[in-house]
Design a protein around this ligand. Structure first.
Ligand code: PMV
Length: 304
């Protein structure tokens, strides 16, 4: 059976989390990356057909192969003669943590092949190291939520704190269809921190406050209040220059159609936005997002 790992959504706090502010992320267990092994007479290789038709040889300088190398080091094993087939339902470069999920699936697949166990903390370290291939200074939130597959309150460098979602929390996830590299947006925020230190620090601090408040509202199940915090977080992300006209449009459309709150999720500049909705407003908001050009909208309910 294939090993797998879930996608993730950042509810609040992306980008600011890189600078030590807290953030909240949740797993998207219905959307997953898979890795499966079979015997190979070509030595070890990873085949990622649905990503970009890649067949990756064992000596390639590639994040997927780096994952395998780091895992084998931890397991004390050498490259076995197997082929690992990777496939993912998670759109790439869209803020859903596809890179981290693919890495975690590969680690678990190798553990499965050798019938060995690695603790989640070690898997998390491996996936984090591979994340640094995608962009130099990841906060660690993506790998953490993907590996532990739990709703978490996350502060860089600190132990994770799971969040209990007591009442069903309903989110629509809408894709702008535009792909964007997290490292570009992260680099632009870094330049903003350098060129406008005071104003940018104020924005990052405000995001931190929003996340603290959001954590309380989540634990109370106060979705109206959480929605307002999410929408304000979107405004702060605009100030950090990581939104886009398409994301702004989908956020406005969702709010006009009755969502409690809406914001971009993840690196921004494209990718996905999220809208917090009630059971009653969900289909109206979904239709409005589709009519406004979202290429894909799906619903996820947490704490149900
Ligand atoms: O675009 P994603 O899903 O990789 O989101 C990354 C979240 C950021 O806060 C923008 C970067 C980070 O390392 O935390």
């Amino acid at each position: 059976m294939a090993s797998s790992a879930a996608a993730k959504l950042i509810l609040l706090g992306e980008h600011a989390v890189v600078y030590g502010q807290p953030a909240i992320a949740v797993p998207l267990s219905s959307l997953r990356a898979y890795a499966d092994y079979s015997p190979s007479d070509r030595g070890f290789e990873i085949v990622a057909r649905d990503l970009d038709q890649r067949v990756i040889d064992f000596d390639a300088d590639d994040p997927l192969m780096a994952t395998a190398r780091l895992t084998l080091d931890q397991l004390g094993q050498v490259f076995p003669s197997i082929r690992i087939d990777v496939h993912s339902d998670i759109p790439i470069a869209s803020g859903l943590g596809s890179g981290a999920a693919i890495s975690a699936a590969i680690v678990r697949c190798l553990c499965d092949y050798f019938q060995m166990h690695l603790a989640d903390g070690i898997i998390n370290d491996i996936v984090y190291e591979v994340e640094t291939y995608h962009h130099g200074t990841p906060s660690g939130i993506d790998n953490t939520v993907v590996v532990y597959e739990k709703a978490i309150y996350f502060v860089r460098g600190e132990a994770i704190r799971p969040i209990t979602v007591r009442k069903p929390m309903r989110l629509l996830v809408a894709d702008t269809g535009q792909r964007s590299l997290t490292k570009v947006a992260v680099g632009d925020v870094k330049r903003l921190v350098e060129s406008q230190p005071q104003a940018t620090q104020d924005t990052l601090d405000r995001i931190g406050v929003l996340v603290e408040l959001a954590r309380e509202t989540m634990q109370q199940g106060n979705w109206l209040a959480l929605g307002k915090l999410m929408t304000e977080n979107h405004l702060q992300l605009q100030a950090l220059t990581v939104s886009s006209p398409e994301l702004d449009r989908l956020v406005k459309v969702a709010l006009d159609a009755g969502a409690w709150g809406a914001k971009l999720s993840g690196g921004g500049r494209g990718g996905n936005m999220i809208a917090l909705v009630s059971e009653a407003s969900s289909s109206t908001v979904r239709q409005a997002l589709q009519a406004a050009g979202a290429v894909r909208v799906f619903e996820t309910v947490m704490g149900a």
